[in-house]
Design a protein around this ligand. Structure first.
Ligand code: AMP
Ligand code: FE
Ligand code: FE
Ligand code: ZN
Length: 292
């Protein structure tokens, strides 16, 4: 894989399924990946590996699946602390410390989701927590599931509107119990995985961390930066690529596909074969790639 064109080179390393806040099941996700002509797709649900097995079982011929997750993290070096997302690839899903940490984060998400619903209900907004949990279908619950309840209630028209300041973006936003980002990088590495900072410059999502923090994370094992992402402007993408080069990290591009919960298409952004090879080479035990 040396050219950036042709078969074998369509690589999307960030996609969500119903195991978290996407709308395609893991099986539907891998079929959709094949349908749009991807050669490699990563399943990266929030704080869970529950989608891995059904995705592997449904893998179409010719498609490679990179097993991953997107960890809810926080940098405590700012006041208030900054939430951020860490992509983790090819880690051991049975690593006890990581398993415990992900279970803790998922449980805390349920408490937080119910508290957000309590806040909405206290203001006379008729949303039902049991119904929202059912809507999440056993997957990691998040604000997109609450957004669907607001849409069902006719209070907002779109997920984007539900994430506005009057709703889940600010007024009814509560923090999650995230993992300290330094701890997360070490945990992923200890589990044989490769950590990549997701959309690190997405100023349109809120506060971002300084480049100095990214340099500190690189020193403790961060491997790559997600540069090409819909939440980055062209300038932000260029900045992230430059920072990656400066720090000796690779950079990725990916769709962060969420089905109908977002408008971005699967495969809208892609990763170079060189970066993909660095992920494969960086994994401790390459049990995380399945070939269809
Ligand atoms: P949570 O993990 O519960 O804090 O919710 C964050 C998730 O909501 C992200 O992973 C995205 O999938 C989604 N999200 C965040 N901001 C937006 C937005 N402006 N529009 C649509 N979805 C969003
Ligand atoms: Fe999400
Ligand atoms: Fe993310
Ligand atoms: Zn994501």
């Amino acid at each position: 894989m040396t050219s950036d064109r042709g078969p074998g080179h369509r690589i999307d390393l960030h996609a969500h399924s119903t195991a978290s806040d996407g709308t395609l099941s893991p099986a539907e996700l891998v079929r959709a990946a094949a349908d749009v002509g991807l050669d490699v797709v990563a399943i990266t649900d929030h704080d869970t590996t529950a989608g891995w097995a059904p995705a592997v079982a449904a893998l179409p011929a010719g498609l490679r699946l990179v097993r991953g997750a997107e960890l809810s993290c926080r940098w405590f070096g700012a006041d208030p602390p900054v939430p951020l997302h860490l992509l983790a690839y090819l880690f051991d899903p049975d690593d006890p410390e990581l398993v415990a940490e992900l279970a803790r984060v998922r449980a805390a998400r349920e408490v937080r989701g119910e508290r957000i619903v309590d806040l909405l209900r206290a203001d006379g907004i008729d949303v039902d927590w049991a119904e929202i949990l059912t809507g999440a279908g056993g997957g990691t619950v998040g604000r997109p599931h609450i957004a669907q309840a607001l849409i069902r209630a006719g209070l907002v028209a779109t997920t984007t509107e539900a994430f506005g300041p009057d709703w889940l973006g600010e007024r009814y936003r509560l923090p999650k119990e995230d993992i300290d980002v330094f701890h997360a990088v070490r945990l992923v590495r200890a589990a044989g995985g490769v950590p990549v900072f997701a959309h690190p410059r997405a100023t349109r999502r809120g506060r971002v961390v300084p480049d100095e923090l990214i340099a500190e994370l690189a020193a403790v094992g961060l491997a790559g930066l997600e540069a090409d992402h819909e939440d980055h402007s062209p300038e932000e993408r260029a900045h992230v690529r430059g920072l990656a080069a400066e720090l000796g990290l690779f950079f990725t591009g990916s769709s962060d596909f969420h089905g109908t919960h977002k408008t971005v298409r699967l495969g809208a952004f892609t990763t170079s074969p060189e970066a993909y090879e660095r992920i494969v080479a960086g994994a401790g035990r390459v049990t995380g790639i399945a070939s269809g």
